[in-house]
Design a protein around this ligand. Structure first.
Ligand code: GTP
Ligand code: MG
Length: 655
């Protein structure tokens, strides 16, 4: 018996949780068929490109099942609960929730069914988050905007779902849009599945037409009315119930986490084998070795929250309190047979940045955490939940090389740190190159741009200057849709230029595609900067004069230090300026009448704009109350000396 159990556990461990499906039972292992854990349970992840309406649809499902009341006049999604998510209108971390549903027809009529729902972020930079939570699901809802159709991130997340062989329900969402192209979009999804080499079974997908915002779903593309019942029925009828062995030692894969000020860290994951009861002694299998602990409280997901459970069985998702420190990817197992499940692997980062202490003259004025040790601790904490992040030591003890999936990925981390009271300076984002077969390669991204016809020329020209290769150009409604392959390097700073070139009309997204040999192309900002040469407060008198030379980034009376970037020069060279000089007073009465002059508005530099703007010799200073740009070397004399040395070195030795 023990031998059989060991074989079963070994098998589950080898293939991982997502291979445990009825049709791929381990026949050739001589083991019995896996049995269904709970026939009325479903675990479903919602995946899509950014803004295709995932969270809005989950909100509607929760409201329909009575988990909450929905205020349709409220534009924010209830599930996007983090302040930063509400501010930006995007999902940053995936969320677990569950609905209880009683079908009135079909095989489950009259039974109480439970559906665990995992809402995922759609932005490409949070792709790592999607990759790991997909392991908790048995099937996916692939949402596609009825106008936009499949976009780069649709391809990425669908590829990940196919890798795990998850059954798919395609939800054509936003069918209420006046320019919806429902039939074409379904065909495009089919083509995408073919391009991703999906099996015949996956190509035979069920389609639902929906408007998550208006709260209806339908099996017929002609019917634009109803409620969420068709979708819930389709989930129950077309997605499999979880399967697994209940009578084997416990294995739970930690795929996510939460935090409570009372209970500390909470592990969230799926019971892959066996069952977990509250108060049970467990072993946490970690990379560095095993550790015994007690699962003090165990919770099931219910509505928007969690409810305590005595026992959670195989196939279910749960949250566990009181097991102490853990990492995402660890396994909670039973102490008698502590077998770890293969760790969750996510794609590599594509961008890195230098994080360093804030050593500018203004440093330490508004932040609480300013030392390199505090920054290091915070980054180490982030690593536990942010699987796509990497942190390596920099050249000095005050620097860290932080790598992530994109500018937004690292930008959100910096914004969170800033709000928590950290101060730091960061360098220019750099793409991560790698050697493949002795050839230096750089990441290439797939960029899509939707723009009105009048601005196509300007958009294409800009793409050309940044190394973009247009793959497709087609008319969609009254707009043009451009698909283009572009080195990730060319994307840094592209958004603001694209918006300027297209009069704010362009909507663009990008997603990692592949690595390709480095193309020798350097992008420099076309304008130089105005750099302060003295400490003090910015004076309106100087600002009036300087506004002739370019656009200023600072406000009157702002505290300035020498080496701070105070504006953009209208020419291509950097210019030292004295912005702190006031008007000299004298005893002589001026004969000219004071004229009323109006100072041009300054350009507001936010965190992401700052990161996209700076060059290699510049830094963004991030404090809880300000974002400033500065030169890495603050002294003008030193900068000139360094530039001269560089010129001499570049010219080579004299003969
Ligand atoms: N017309 C229309 N708009 C919708 C519908 N569903 C969502 N939206 C709008 O689309 C925008 C994005 O909705 P979200 O639910 O936040 O999209 P999401 O896919 O969760 O976005 P991320 O999590 O950031 O990837 C919001 O402005 C919604 O109001 C719909 O059915 N019809
Ligand atoms: Mg969302």
């Amino acid at each position: 018996m023990r031998d059989r159990l060991t074989r079963i556990v070994d098998w589950v461990r080898r293939v991982g949780p997502c291979r445990c499906s009825l049709d791929r039972a381990p026949y050739n292992t001589g083991l019995p068929m896996l049995h269904t854990a709970d026939p009325n349970l479903r675990n479903v992840a919602i995946i899509a490109h950014v803004d295709h309406g995932k969270t809005t649809l989950v909100d509607s499902l929760l409201a329909y099942c009575g988990a909450m009341t929905l205020d349709r006049n409220e534009s924010d999604c209830v599930l996007d609960s983090d302040p930063l998510e509400r501010e930006r209108g995007i999902t940053i971390t995936s969320k677990n929730c569950a609905v209880t549903y009683r079908p009135t027809s079909g095989p489950h009529a009259g039974e109480t069914c439970r559906i665990n729902i995992i809402d995922t972020p759609g932005h490409a930079d949070f792709g790592g988050e999607v990759e790991r939570v997909l392991k908790m699901a048995d099937g996916v809802l692939l949402l596609v905007d009825a106008f936009e159709g499949p976009m780069p991130q649709t391809r990425f997340v669908l590829g990940k779902a196919l890798e795990l062989d998850h059954p798919i329900i395609v939800v054509v969402n936003k069918c209420d849009r006046p320019n919806a192209r429902v039939e074409e979009v379904v065909n495009e999804v089919f083509d995408l599945l073919v391009a991703l080499s999906a099996s015949d079974e996956r190509l035979d997908f069920q389609t639902i037409y929906a408007s998550g915002r208006d709260g209806w779903t339908s099996l017929d593309d002609e019917v634009q009315d109803g409620d969420m019942k068709p979708l819930l029925d389709t989930i129950m009828d077309h997605l499999p119930a979880p399967v697994g062995y209940a009578d084997v030692p416990l294995q739970m894969l930690i795929a996510s986490q939460d935090y409570s000020p009372y209970a500390g860290r909470i592990a969230i994951g799926r019971i892959v084998a066996g069952a977990l009861s509250a108060g049970q002694a467990v072993t946490v299998c970690q990379e560095g070795g095993n550790r015994t602990a007690r699962a003090q409280k165990v919770f099931r997901f219910k509505d928007l929250g969690r409810v305590p459970a005595e026992l959670v069985s195989v196939g279910d998702l749960c949250a566990v309190e009181g097991i102490g420190e853990f990492e995402i990817g660890d396994t909670i197992a039973c102490p008698e047979q502590p077998n770890a499940i293969a760790r969750i692997a996510v794609d590599e980062p594509t961008l890195h940045m230098l994080f360093r202490i804030n050593d500018s003259p203004n440093g330490g004025r508004s932040g609480t955490f300013v030392t390199s040790r505090q920054i290091d601790d915070r980054l180490q904490r982030e690593l536990r939940s942010n699987l796509a992040l990497r942190v390596e030591p920099g050249e000095t003890a005050d620097e860290f090389r932080v790598s992530g999936r994109g500018l937004l990925h690292l930008g959100i981390l910096l914004e969170n740190m800033r709000r928590e009271g950290y101060e730091l300076t960061v360098g220019r984002p750099q793409v991560i190159e790698k050697d493949i077969d002795d050839v230096r390669c750089e990441p290439i991204e797939m960029l899509t741009i939707d723009v009105d016809e009048a601005h196509v020329g300007a958009a294409m020209e800009l793409l050309g200057t940044r190394g973009g290769e247009v793959q497709q150009l087609e008319q969609r409604g009254d707009r043009m849709h451009i698909e283009c392959e572009m080195p990730a390097r060319g994307l840094i700073g592209l958004r603001s230029h694209m918006l300027t070139a297209t009069g704010g009309e362009a909507v663009m997204y990008h997603c990692f595609q592949r690595y390709a040999p480095v193309r020798s192309m350097a992008f420099r900002r076309s304008n130089g900067v105005l750099v302060a040469t003295a400490d003090g407060t910015a004076k309106t008198y100087s600002m009036l004069n300087l506004s002739q030379r370019g656009v200023l980034f600072v406000e009157p009376q702002e505290v300035i230090y020498a080496g701070q970037i105070v504006g953009e020069n209208s020419r291509d060279n950097d210019l030292g300026v004295n912005i702190v000089k006031g008007k000299a007073f004298s005893n002589v009465r001026e004969s000219t009448k004071e004229a009323t002059v109006v100072l041009k508005a300054s350009r507001n530099i936010n965190l992401e704009a700052g990161l996209e703007y700076i060059q290699d010799d510049e830094l963004v200073e991030i404090t809880p109350d300000a974002i400033r740009l500065r030169k890495r070397v603050l002294s003008e004399t030193q900068r000139k000396k360094d530039a001269r040395d560089q010129r001499i070195a570049a010219a080579g030795p004299r003969h």
